[in-house]
Write a protein that binds this ligand. Structure first.
Ligand SMILES: Nc1ncnc2c1ncn2[C@@H]1O[C@H](COP(=O)(O)OP(=O)(O)OP(=O)(O)O)[C@@H](O)[C@H]1O
Ligand SMILES: CC(=O)N[C@H]1[C@@H]2OC[C@@H](O2)[C@@H](O)[C@@H]1O[C@H](C)C(=O)O
Length: 365
């Protein structure tokens, strides 16, 4: 692998567990250009197994290894679908892996993956394991996208906020003076998906339409907001380790009479309020808030965030030239490019690490 090449494939499979987002990106001459994008859904058995592996279960060591092998096949399919649009050999595939545990307070995070198999299947260098070095340096190992958000969306002299709403939500505050702060805000879509799957048998609430038929229930919202994570100061990060079905069910125990659509409306409000408060706590009045991740396609959620922010402009990153569902995969392609150039990928002000660190490990083709 040589640092002079600039074509990278980024692969991201996040906490929503829907599948793999891939982008082919060109970073020549300091530009950040997406050449093509692909989405490869998980086969349903793999999705179910990855979901089951989020919590302690029997024989999980062997099951995790087998899931990693199956995941590599899906990653390889996604890479193959991007190759026809490739104008020159790809320098490397940068792959996040699938988070199955995130416990920075215990000194580890685990993104299951088999990068050796992916290198074997694709014949391309693979860069993987982007989070562990930051944790080794005392950081959270997440969120990692703020450095990319600054590179792609930062505008000197203008305060902007980029919000990623995937399974979990995270904000990047681009202060406009070179400073970048950010952290995970809590649930993005994870509880919304769980609730609609349980009551409507659908994977997600298209445009927030079902939730919009319900009414926010303030006592339930207060109970949901009564969670120490929301009060914890940054640096902080979270995941399905905390925001899972048992967490929601415990909160709902005293609200069993509520209509399911009202619960959905309240969960939308929970995501909106926690994101808006997180932005407010950063002490900036941004020029605009740009949303990426699948939550950017939930109009009801974007409107609720706008109301909570008192009229600050809330737009999709599409307005800045990158489709919301491509941002995270592009961020990992960029992190791969940083690794190839032996440049740091983390922001200590965000993750709390002792210093900038080169993130990733190389599996040569
Ligand atoms: N049209 C839509 N309407 C409403 N919600 C949508 C729509 N499209 C996607 N979503 C939501 O976005 C989610 C997927 O988002 P995304 O792919 O950004 O998550 P992720 O990358 O897996 O998560 P994370 O960023 O936490 O790692 C879906 O599970 C769904 O809840
Ligand atoms: C441990 C882990 O996988 N965290 C993810 C997750 O999904 C959103 C949020 O929680 C963020 O912290 C992170 O992903 C993005 C890509 C990040 O590191 O910036």
């Amino acid at each position: 692998m040589t640092a002079t090449h600039s074509l990278f494939i980024g692969l991201m499979s996040g906490t929503s567990l829907d599948g793999v987002d891939g982008v082919l990106a060109d970073f020549s001459n300091g530009a950040i250009q997406t050449l093509s994008a692909a989405f490869t859904p998980f086969p349903s058995e793999l999705r179910e197994e990855l979901m089951a592996l989020q919590a302690a279960s029997p024989n999980e060591l062997e099951r995790e290894a087998l899931a990693a092998n199956a995941l590599a096949l899906v990653y390889a399919d996604c890479v193959r679908s991007l190759l026809p649009s490739c104008p020159a050999p790809v320098t490397a595939v940068a792959v996040h892996g699938q988070t199955i545990r995130h416990r920075p307070e215990l000194g580890f995070t685990r993104q299951t993956n088999n990068p050796a198999l992916l290198a074997e299947l694709t014949g391309i260098d693979v860069i993987a394991d982007f989070r562990s070095r930051d944790i080794a340096a005392g950081g959270q190992g997440a969120p990692l996208v703020p450095a990319f958000h600054e590179a792609a969306f930062g505008k000197p002299g203008t305060a902007r906020v980029v919000v990623n709403i995937g399974g979990i939500g995270n904000i990047s505050v681009l202060h406009g003076d070179g400073r970048v702060t950010g952290f995970d805000t809590g649930p993005g879509n994870v509880l919304l998906d769980l609730w609609i799957a349980r009551h409507q048998g659908r994977a997600y609430d298209e445009d927030g339409a079902w939730g919009a038929t319900g009414t926010v229930q303030q006592p339930l919202l207060d109970a949901l907001l009564d969670e120490p994570y929301f009060r914890q100061p940054a640096p902080k990060s979270t995941g399905r380790d905390l925001f899972h079905a048992p967490w929601l069910d415990a909160k709902l125990a005293s609200f069993s009479d509520l209509a399911p659509a009202d619960v959905q409306a309240t969960l939308v409000q929970l995501t909106a309020v926690t994101i808006a408060r997180a932005i407010g706590d950063e002490g900036v009045t941004p020029d605009a808030v740009y949303v990426c991740g699948g939550g950017a396609y939930n109009g009801a959620l974007l409107r609720a965030i706008g109301v909570e922010l008192g009229g600050v402009k809330v737009a999709s990153t599409e307005e800045l030239g990158v489709a919301p569902n491509r941002v995270e995969a592009l961020a990992f392609a960029w992190l791969g490019w940083r690794f190839a150039n032996r440049e740091a990928g983390n922001l200590p002000a965000v993750t709390g690490a002792r210093g900038p660190r080169i993130l990733g490990a190389l599996y040569p083709a």
